[in-house]
Design a protein around this ligand. Sequence first.
Ligand code: ATP
Length: 264
Amino acid sequence: MSDVDLKPVIEIEKLNLVFQTADTPVHALSDIDLTVNAGDFVSFIGPSGCGKTTLMRVIADLEKPTGGHISVNGMTPEEARQKRAYGYVFQAPALYPWRTVEKNIMLPLEIMGLSREEQKARAARNLAMVNLEGFEKKFPWQLSGGMQQRVSIARALSVEPDLLLMDEPFGALDEITRDHLNEQLLKLWDTTKKTVIFVTHSIPEAVFLSSKIVVMSPRPGKVIDIIESNLPRDRTLDIRETPEFLEISHRVREGLRSGHSYDD
Ligand SMILES: Nc1ncnc2c1ncn2[C@@H]1O[C@H](COP(=O)(O)OP(=O)(O)OP(=O)(O)O)[C@@H](O)[C@H]1O
């Protein structure tokens, strides 16, 4: 992508979020500055509780910041949500067990008021996108965990958002399945040119998937480092053995280490 194409999708300046709780306030995000451009694959990586999910939820308008500024596609997160600017994939697949795969994907489209034909066409198109054609009439419990997570990706894509928010979608899967889904997701990103924001705990996953890695510190979550990856877009898993990959992994690890106090 040339510099001319670089359009900011998300702009975050001095963003703060303090949760008011029954006892002491929880300062979850502190002075976050971040720009995400169209077509970026951005990972948030950091220790448990550092605010990765909270930052993603602010982008999705599921939490309100207590300070600073954020825009999504030039709008407030609330306006962006109303315009269905993004699709959200959660840690667990969150499929309705009594609805078939196809009907799970059709649900948000039904709510959007699309015609039945359009709902079915989008379900078929996006199931093919995640290599699940032929599974329309199955129920979620008839599928493996990895397949269920692919259905929830297809459901998020079927809303046709430019921005895909993914909160540790493969965290609960075994390593082989995770590797496979990482490769599929990268192909999907390359073909659809979507902007992706991805939360993970895994250094290899972040480095393999991302064009930009945001390393966060323990609470209150701050941005410690932003690493622009120069790995080619059409990478395969073999790239994990290369010096370039190991060099980026090393920088992520150093960032995580510098922000972490091991005395806790
Ligand atoms: N609604 C809330 N009220 C009070 N505190 C909250 C609330 N939501 C999150 N927190 C706190 O804010 C901090 C950041 O939480 P968050 O879930 O964003 O972290 P995370 O980096 O995504 O963690 P993990 O990797 O374990 O999922 C944590 O200390 C959490 O306990």
